[in-house]
Structures are given as C-alpha cells and as structure tokens.
Design a protein around this ligand. Structure first.
Ligand code: C5P
Length: 193
C-alpha cells in the first residue's frame, strides 16, 4: 500500500504529536521534515552544501529541538537551493511501500500535492507559544515573540510559503486535547483508506 498523509502547520500547533500518533495507529512510517531544516541550520557554514550533504547522523544531534535551532532552520528554509536539495528524499519517503506520514510546512502544497490525506493543523499564536514555553521555559513574552517571528518568516517567504493546500482539512487544536485532535485526524484517514 502506498498512502501519504501530509500534515502542515505553524510551529507548536501539534503537528508532531498528531503525526506520531497517526503513524503508530495506522502502522505508517513518520518523517518530521522540520528536523531536516534544523539539521541544515545547525551545521552552520554554507547551508546549500550542508543540505546537499545531509546524512542520517546529522539528524541525530541532541541540540536540534532548541528555539535557536528552530530560528536557524527557518532562515535556511527560505533558501530555494536548500529546499530543492531536500525534495527527493522527502518524496521517496512519502511514496514508500507501507505508507507514510510527513509533517512540515509545504508537504501538501509542494512535496506531496497528491497526498491521499492533507491536514493543516493550527492553533492561536498564544496557545502555541504557551505550549512551546512549557517545553523550553525561559521568558514567556520572548517565546511568543519568537513564535510570531518564525510564523511571519515561514508564511512570507517566496519559495514554498506556509499555507494550507486548497484541499487540506483544517484542524484548529487551540481548544482540543491531544486525544480529541488525534481522534479527528484518525477519522479523516479512516474515511479515505
Ligand atoms: O517544524 P519545525 O519547527 O521543526 O520546523 C523548523 C523550521 O523548518 C520551520 O520554521 C520552517 O522554516 C522550516 N520547515 C520548512 N518546511 C518544512 C518543515 C520545516 O520550511 N517542510
């Protein structure tokens, strides 16, 4: 079976949690595509060369989840040659036998426009910043400012900006528990299987 679930949305909307749960429930492989951009940003130096030479070990670094790594990721993600270097790996992953869930910013729009299921997961900036703050701590106002800054950079870049695919189903998790959000997403997949 080849079956692709594309999950897009802004930072800390719940994409990762929902994607992991869906992959486990339906026995699909899961790729967190943000990790690719985080790894490129964390390598430093020439981002295009870093993207072209990305290796599995680069994705295993321990410091990729920090706010700094997220900010660096969104800067290198605006470079078209960086994005181009990562396309083939993501498409191969998406069409692997057994099916896959990919989460990111441009999965439904650019990487897998033919995905069988497309979800666009959102939540208010305040809710997302609060969730991120629970993970990373620090100054809450600064976390909110960084979430808004990253949203703006991701939505306003010329190449593959963050936006819902026309046929994506919107899932606003602001007032949903994880269980309720996963249940809604799972029901959508079941209706398309
Ligand atoms: O999802 P995550 O917060 O790990 O993504 C880090 C950054 O990588 C995002 O802010 C975005 O700029 C970039 N990204 C992207 N396209 C994707 C996944 C992530 O541009 N498919």
């Amino acid at each position: 079976m080849i079956f692709t679930v594309a999950v897009d949305g802004p930072a800390a909307a719940g994409k990762g949690t929902i994607s992991k749960a869906l992959a486990a429930r339906f026995g699909l492989a899961h790729l967190d595509t943000g990790l690719l951009y985080r790894a490129v940003g964390a390598k430093g130096g020439d981002a295009v060369a870093a993207a072209r030479g990305l290796e599995p070990a680069d994705l295993a670094r321990g410091d990729l989840r920090s706010l700094e790594a997220g900010a660096a990721a969104s800067r290198v993600a605006a470079i078209p040659e960086v994005r181009a270097a990562l396309v083939a790996f993501q498409r191969d992953f998406a069409r692997r036998e057994g099916g896959a869930v990919l989460d990111g910013r441009d999965i439904g729009t650019v990487i897998c426009p033919e995905a069988e299921v497309k979800l666009f997961v959102t939540a208010s900036p305040e809710v997302r910043a609060h969730r991120r703050w629970l993970e990373v701590g620090g100054d809450a106002a600064q976390v909110l400012a960084e979430v808004k800054e990253r949203d703006a950079r991701d939505m306003n870049r010329a190449d593959a900006p963050l936006k819902p695919a026309p046929d994506a189903v919107l899932l606003d998790t602001s007032d949903l528990s994880v269980e309720a959000a996963v249940a809604q997403a799972a029901a959508l997949i079941e209706s398309r299987l």
